[in-house]
Ligand binder design. Structure first.
Ligand code: HEM
Length: 285
C-alpha cells in the first residue's frame, strides 16, 4: 500500500475506510472521486500560480528593456569574461559597500543633526543618548569612515601591485586618486561636526596646515573657514561640503570608475600566464 503514489493510496484508503467487509458502497466511491478531483484541481492551481510567479521578473525585465534598450548593455556586463579572480579583487567592492553604508547611516544622522555652532554639540549628544539606535548608527558612521579609508588604501595597493594603473587604465587610476582625496576630505569635514573640544581644535590645526600650502593654501583655508577666522558659518560650510558636495562627487566618480572597470575589464593577476602565448605569437608572425 505504501508503495502506491499519493492520490491512489488515498483512494484505496477511502474505499476501505470503516467498512466491515472492506467493500465501498456507491456513495462513498463518488465522494472519493470528487475529493480526488478537487485535490488535482488544487495541485494544478498551485502549479499555475508558481509558473506565473516565475514569469513576473522576466516580464518586468522585458518591460524595462523595451523602454530603455538596456538589454545589450546588461548582457555585455553580466556575461563579460573575467580572469580567475581572488580575494584581492573584492577590495574595490568592499570600498563601495563602505561608501554606501556611510551614505545610508549619514542620512539617518542628518535627520537629527543641527549644523549650528550653538546646537551641533547638543544635537550629537541627543543622537547618542536619546534617539532610538542613535548610538549604533553614529558608531557605524564613525567607524565606517575609518574602515573606508583603510579599504580604499588596500584597494589602491592591490591595483598598484597588480600593475592595473598601466595602459589602458591610467584614467581609472586618476579617477581613483581623486576618489582617495575626496574620501580623506570627507574624513576632515566630518571630524568637525560633533563640535566638541577635540573636533574643534583638530580642525583648527588641519585648516591652518592647509593655509600654509603654496599659492592656493590661504585661499583654500579661507574657503573652508568661510572667512579669515573660524566663525558661525564654518560649521554649516563643513556640513554642506560633507553631506552634499563631496558625496555627490564621490557617487558620480564611482559611476565613471565602475563604467571603466566594466568597459576595460579587470587586470589579470600578475602570476597568471596567458595560455598558448607561443602559438599565438607564431600565428602573428
Ligand atoms: C570610493 C572609492 C573606490 C571605489 C568604490 C572603487 C571601486 C572599484 C571596483 C569595484 C573595482 C573593480 C574590482 C576591483 O578591482 O576591486 C575597481 C577597480 C579599479 N580601481 Fe577602484 N575604487 C575606489 C578607489 C580607487 C582608488 C583610490 C584607486 C587608485 C588610486 C582605484 C583604482 C582602480 C583601478 C586602476 C581599477 C582597475 C583594476 C583592474 O583593472 O584590475 N580605485 N575599483
Amino acid at each position: 500500500m505504501k508503495l502506491l503514489p499519493g492520490p491512489l493510496r488515498r483512494r484505496r484508503e477511502a474505499e476501505t475506510d470503516g467498512k466491515p467487509d472492506g467493500r465501498p458502497v456507491d456513495g462513498d466511491l463518488r465522494k472519493g472521486h470528487e475529493q480526488d478531483a478537487r485535490e488535482r484541481e488544487k495541485a494544478g492551481d498551485r502549479q499555475r500560480r508558481r509558473e506565473a510567479a516565475l514569469e513576473v521578473p522576466i516580464a518586468v525585465a522585458g518591460w524595462v528593456d523595451e523602454r530603455t534598450g538596456a538589454g545589450p548593455f546588461m548582457r555585455g556586463m553580466l556575461y563579460r569574461k573575467v580572469p580567475p579572480s581572488n580575494w584581492y579583487y573584492t577590495l574595490g567592492s568592499a570600498t563601495l559597500f563602505a561608501f554606501l553604508s556611510q551614505a545610508i547611516t549619514g542620512v539617518f544622522l542628518a535627520m537629527y543633526y543641527r549644523p549650528s555652532a550653538t546646537q551641533a554639540y547638543e544635537s550629537v549628544q541627543h543622537i547618542t543618548n536619546d534617539v532610538f539606535l542613535g548610538q549604533l548608527v553614529r558608531g557605524m558612521h564613525k567607524w565606517g569612515a575609518t574602515v573606508m579609508v583603510i579599504l580604499i588604501f588596500m584597494h589602491m595597493g592591490r591595483t598598484f601591485f597588480f600593475g592595473a594603473y598601466k595602459y589602458p587604465r591610467e584614467l581609472n587610476w586618476i579617477i581613483g586618486v581623486v576618489l582617495l582625496v575626496l574620501t580623506l576630505a570627507m574624513g576632515l569635514t566630518g571630524y568637525l561636526l560633533p563640535f566638541d573640544q577635540r573636533s574643534f581644535w583638530a580642525t583648527v590645526v588641519a585648516v591652518n596646515l592647509n593655509s600654509s600650502g603654496p599659492i592656493i593654501g590661504p585661499y583654500l583655508a579661507d574657503f573652508l573657514r568661510g572667512g579669515a577666522e573660524f566663525g558661525a558659518t564654518t560649521i554649516s560650510r563643513f556640513y554642506a561640503i560633507h553631506m552634499l558636495l563631496i558625496p555627490g562627487l564621490i557617487a558620480a566618480l564611482i559611476g565613471a570608475h565602475l563604467y571603466l572597470v566594466v568597459k576595460l575589464g579587470v587586470t589579470a593577476p600578475p602570476w597568471m600566464k596567458a595560455e598558448k602565448a607561443r602559438e599565438l605569437a607564431k600565428e602573428e608572425i
